[in-house]
Design a protein around this ligand. Structure first.
Ligand SMILES: Nc1nc2c(ncn2[C@@H]2O[C@H](COP(=O)(O)OP(=O)(O)OP(=O)(O)O)[C@@H](O)[C@H]2O)c(=O)[nH]1
Ligand SMILES: [Mg+2]
Length: 295
């Protein structure tokens, strides 16, 4: 049944308010793209998505954390010409995962893909992902670097080793077999996302890992191989904060709702402070004699 006639019949049997529906999103697929200073990647990415999805009603939501290079303005300029393009700009906020969550919540389509702006993810996988979800064979279709046929491109061995180690750690908190839980490229049905969304940690960069580890039921995952490409424009946002947020995400998922991870982290930092203080006093007592009072 066509979308229009199903809305008409819903109105007829009074399941929705009688309002005039004149326009709106009719996309079946929303592609959520988190951005932080990716201005030069926006146009080429849109061209690639357009070429990859003939015959699919898609839209793309760029969720921009107030980039200083004019990314949001670039997206809005394109959005004025193409209604499939939207910009969700966040002020005084940071975080890839929360950007993706808010992008999903700003959409209405049945299928949602998440991909990076820098064209490292192979957009030619999008139709295969959509087909896999529509067939009902899986809940999440994942672009995977770690199944046969996939790869990480020309990464230095140090980055490949760290990624391999972090992947094994991540697999420990997934209740399902998944070769690439750290992938940032996936597609999911809306109802699957909605079942988990209130349990998500929203910490850091790893929204797929968060989703898989937070699902109340084990998710059925289909991994599709692809080769992670090199960044063409702009700079990487990977830094030590991202690594720290990854640790917090793992801790949060391991402890579940029993103990808030922020409470444990505050305790660990306090304990570290105490150890440093006592250590400094101890070293000082050797250098300058015993302290008059300990605290
Ligand atoms: N909205 C938002 N997007 C972010 C943030 N951090 C990173 N991104 C975007 O998330 C995507 C992934 O970031 P990248 O820096 O490419 O991370 P990566 O692909 O793991 O690392 P590289 O291989 O070095 O590029 C990109 O589209 C970034 O612009 C953030 O804090 N907020
Ligand atoms: Mg990247």
């Amino acid at each position: 049944m066509a979308a229009g006639s199903s809305i008409a019949s819903s109105i007829a049997d009074q399941r929705v308010p009688r309002v005039a529906i004149t326009h709106g999103s009719t996309a079946e697929l929303t592609i959520v793209v988190p951005t932080l200073n990716e201005r030069e990647n926006i146009m080429p990415l849109l061209e690639k998505i357009e070429a990859a999805l003939p015959g699919v009603a898609w839209e793309v939501i760029f969720v921009d954390d107030d980039s200083t290079d004019g990314t949001a303005d670039t997206v809005r300029a394109l959005a004025r010409r193409d209604p499939r393009v939207r910009c969700l700009q966040r002020l005084a906020r940071r975080g890839l995962s929360t950007a993706c969550i808010e992008g999903v919540l700003a959409s209405s389509s049945i299928y949602i893909a998440v991909m990076d702006a820098d064209m490292q993810h192979d957009e030619r996988l999008l139709p295969q992902m959509l087909k896999a979800l529509k067939s009902g064979a899986c809940d999440v279709a994942v672009g995977s670097r770690y199944v046969p046929g996939g790869g990480v491109g020309d990464w230095e061995s140090s980055r490949a080793n760290i990624s391999g180690f972090a992947t094994r750690l991540s697999q420990a908190i997934c209740r399902v077999a998944i070769a690439d839980p750290m992938s940032g490229f996936f597609m999911v049905r809306r109802d699957v996302f909605e079942r988990s969304m209130r349990r998500l940690s929203g910490q850091g960069f790893k929204i797929l890992l968060d989703l898989v580890a937070s699902s109340p039921q084990p998710l059925r995952i289909k991994e599709l191989p692809y080769h992670f490409r090199a960044r063409q424009h702009g700079a990487s946002k990977l830094d030590t904060l991202v690594a720290w947020e990854f640790v917090i995400l793992l801790a949060d998922k391991l402890m579940g709702s029993r103990v808030p991870v922020s409470f444990v982290m505050a305790g660990l930092i306090s304990a570290l402070g105490l150890v440093l203080y006592v250590g400094a006093r101890w070293v000082g007592s050797y250098a300058y004699g015993p302290p008059r009072s300990f605290f």
